[in-house]
Design a protein around this ligand. Sequence first.
Ligand SMILES: Cc1ncc(C[n+]2csc(CCOP(=O)(O)OP(=O)(O)O)c2C)c(N)n1
Length: 204
Amino acid sequence: MTTTQTGAIGAHNAKVMNRFDLTKRLVGQLKRDEAVIGGIGNSNFDLWSSGQRPQNFYMLGSMGLAVPIALGVAIAQPERHVVALDGDGSLLMQLGCLATVATRAPRNLTIVVWDNGIYQITGAQRTASAETADLVAIARGAGLADSAWAADEDEFERQFAEALARGGPSLIAARIDDKPGVGVTDRDPVQIRQRFMRGLGVRA
Ligand SMILES: Cc1ncc(C[n+]2csc(CCOP(=O)(O)OP(=O)(O)O)c2C)c(N)n1
């Protein structure tokens, strides 16, 4: 993530991209049964619509739990890479998880935060990241040195490929537009959990 380390790309000059497009690019790189935890609402709607995989977990209802769930999976299955996808509003509600991830430092965890500067799904109220908060600076301050803004789609793909190859923990932040998520996840928590457990090989 050299570009950001030189200070060239920050929260306010990264390209505004599209979450569904980036989600499809990310899923297209998954070749080793990596686990993906989709956060509440749009993060998991776009994950659902990008192609359902048994290693995807679709978090329903609670903001900010994608990263804590992903951390638990990463600790339980250190040989499997785990990806957490969450919105800026959700991550802002659960910032302490960044320090916990940094402290545990799992090699197999990548956090992707979709920053549209709004709580989109509940009416587009502005979040702190539209005002003063820089999520990459916060992540670095929490101890996640390998944190960066994606300058554009190509850099996002490169950063994610590096995160998978090199190991983590790492965080990629992408500025995104205000397009709603594509599709809607089936709201069936039992089925989501059972399919995920089978996908992770912990249930027949
Ligand atoms: C603890 C908690 N507080 C509030 C809500 C209501 N709520 C659901 S999604 C959401 C906004 C999520 O914002 P963000 O994570 O930025 O995702 P976006 O909707 O922008 O894609 C809110 C306020 C909730 N589900 N849980």
